[in-house]
Design a protein around this ligand. Structure first.
Ligand SMILES: [Fe+2]
Length: 181
């Protein structure tokens, strides 16, 4: 069996297991739309750039996997299991390290005091995988513990502002620094 066939089988097996892949296809775009037309919730556009360890050199072709709950706090039909989220996207950064996705602002998990969040898995060969989540300023479920942790770059929390632009669309910026393996 050729390598590409093996990879295809592995990819299909992972989908059959109900586990979404965590790496973007090599030809994934740098700008994507996650939420379908009519998805309930406030429109949100997240933009950012991925840099190398010097926090200045843009990294091209970095894989970004993002996923989040719907406005009711569910990853897919009536479940908070995040292994196969409905609202997810796969991105590769452009020549300038840029990326953008359009979606809706997620809701917090039902019956839990966990802030609404967007998960990130960022990976590139030769760099340490970065796994974290955006939480939004003003969320009532952000504890002082989360706020404190978010001050560290190594934290799994990134506390970001989401502010409306002149069209009323929420805008959020999330830059990312990758470290060498
Ligand atoms: Fe989550």
């Amino acid at each position: 069996m050729k390598l590409c066939s093996v990879l295809l089988v592995l990819a299909m097996a992972s989908v059959c297991n109900g586990q979404a892949p965590k790496i973007a296809p090599a030809d994934a775009p740098s700008m994507i739309v996650i939420a379908p037309q009519g998805e309930p919730g406030e429109s949100l556009i997240v933009t950012g750039r991925v840099f190398g360890p010097d926090n200045a050199t843009p990294l091209k072709g970095v894989s970004i996997y993002v996923y989040h709950t719907d406005i009711r706090g569910y990853y897919s039909a009536e479940t908070t299991n995040s292994s196969n989220p409905r609202l997810r996207g796969y991105i590769r950064t452009d020549d300038q390290g840029r990326y953008e996705y359009r979606t809706i602002k997620p809701g917090p998990y039902p019956q839990a005091r966990v802030p609404a969040h967007i998960h990130y898995v960022v990976s590139a060969p030769g760099y340490r995988e970065k796994v974290f989540e955006i939480v939004f300023e003003g969320d009532p479920f952000i504890s002082s513990d989360i706020r404190e942790k978010a001050k560290s770059e190594e934290s799994m929390f990134s506390l970001r502002a989401a502010r409306p632009d002149d069209k009323g669309v929420l805008r959020c910026v999330q830059d990312i620094r990758l470290k060498k393996e």
